[in-house]
Ligand binder design. Structure first.
Ligand code: GUN
Ligand code: FE
Length: 426
């Protein structure tokens, strides 16, 4: 693999409230960061980005690849109606391999061109289309966990698996194919058990998915406590559970032995949040989506400062953009609305905390699989973004921290270069 150094102004966040700014050279060896120095190491190629700011690659902890086709539209409904009217009809098209190949080609092209280097992605319930997405992501040099969805209830016949048994058989076929392709536990693109959310996944199916997660030793992801109507529905569907998260935890799909990402966690009651912390469940905070489907404002500052594991998600196409810099800015903005309207016990998030969540916070999921992600320190994956903020320049001399803020808020900068695990993707 390539050995080279990057030269520029490096920004990363060793702690949630700490922005580290360093001028110099970062060495890449075997896809990993292998030393930072203020002078050029001898005998190594230098990629010179003097004057540019360089951040770690951003981690999108939650998004839906098949929804990318209608991204930026369908903005007029709350979650449950939005799913029935827009999401399920579109995702159903991915039964057609040609449609899936084309739809995912646009998604993967644009994800590759984005600031995202790693992601946890929902596909559809179709096994073959999910494999197609995994192949395309691998071809693009991105790192991802990808989920074939489990859905056997509460959606139209055209987009529902006929039974729990049929869905579990397909899930097994998918995992066996990954094993045959040597991607079950190795390589940049791996499978993740994905019950869509409790309203879509019967108890029998959920139980079986928990068993498969343990049998195949793969992680899990789903949605949690996103919308008041959804939460009330889960309470009806799952009598005897004390909180929504128990509909997953009772089948072993809530952290603990199975590394788990839960998207949203906006309305999690204290006992649910306590179990999330105890089981090291990763929270995917998705503020752009939460605005668009009128879900609410998650207590992200409380989670981050209180010791929960939390990263950011674009949740495309609930979220209107793949751009995690926009998601970072929105996280800060909605945390202010939360402080003003809902809860003054936590100060709003800062941009530095937003960068932390988008890098170290989300990157921590890969730690469960032995990879260090999110910092420019030795042994961490060499995931880096070179940001060109020349279009934002004016007569003022901005600090590096201000340049990051402006890049995120103004949306007019340009991603000049992108490295994922030491490979130059852009
Ligand atoms: N809950 C279940 N499915 C979805 C989805 O596709 N998007 C969002 N935002 N929430 C969900
Ligand atoms: Fe989602």
């Amino acid at each position: 693999m390539n050995t080279f150094t990057l030269k520029g102004t490096f920004l990363d966040t060793p702690a949630p409230d700490t922005l580290r700014v360093r001028e110099g050279y970062l060495l890449c060896e075997n896809g990993l960061c292998a030393g930072f120095s203020e002078t050029a190491p001898a005998g190594v190629e230098v990629l010179d980005y003097t004057g540019k700011i360089i951040t770690p690659g951003l981690v999108d902890l939650h998004l839906h690849a098949p929804q990318y086709s209608y991204c930026g539209t369908a903005m007029d409904l709350e979650l449950l109606d939005w799913l029935q009217q827009y999401t399920y009809p579109e995702e159903a098209h991915y039964a057609d391999p040609a449609y899936a190949r084309l739809g995912y080609s646009y998604f993967v092209r644009d994800l590759k061109n984005s600031a995202t280097t790693r992601a946890c992605i929902f596909a559809t319930l179709h096994t073959d289309a999910t494999l197609e997405l995994m192949h395309q992501l691998r071809g693009a040099g991105l790192s991802a966990f990808v989920g074939k969805l489990g859905m056997d209830r509460n959606s139209p016949d055209s987009y529902r698996e006929p039974s729990a048994a049929a869905g579990l058989a397909e899930t097994r076929r998918w995992l066996d194919t990954c094993r045959a392709e040597n991607t079950l536990h190795a390589g940049p693109v791996r499978p993740m058990i994905t019950p869509r959310f409790t309203p879509s996944t019967s108890d029998e199916y959920m139980r079986g998915l928990g068993e498969l997660a343990r049998e195949y030793n793969v992680p899990a992801q789903s949605h949690l406590s996103e919308n008041p109507g959804e939460i009330a529905w889960v309470a009806e569907l799952c009598p005897g559970t004390k909180f929504y998260g128990e509909s997953y935890s009772r089948y072993g799909l809530f952290g603990g032995g199975v590394p788990t990402v839960m998207a949203h966690c906006i309305y999690s009651p204290d006992d649910e949040a306590a179990l999330m912390k105890q089981n090291r469940v990763m929270i995917a905070h998705c503020p752009t989506s939460n605005e668009n489907v009128i879900a609410g404002i998650a207590p992200a500052a409380h989670y981050l400062r209180g010791g929960w594991r939390v990263g950011l998600g674009s949740d495309v196409a609930g979220g209107q953009t793949l751009d995690l810099f926009t998601v970072m800015a929105t996280a800060v903005q909605v945390s202010k609305l939360r402080w003003r309207y809902i809860d003054q016990s936590e100060k709003p998030l800062t941009m530095v905390e937003a960068l932390y969540m988008a890098t170290v916070g989300g990157g921590d999921f890969w730690a469960d699989f032995g990879e260090k992600v999110g910092l420019f320190e030795d042994g961490y994956a060499f995931d880096a973004l070179v940001l060109d903020d020349d279009p934002l320049k004016n007569m003022r001399a901005f600090s590096a921290a201000e340049r990051l803020e402006r890049y995120a808020y103004l949306g007019k900068g340009k991603l000049t270069a992108k490295f994922a695990a030491g490979e130059k993707l852009l």
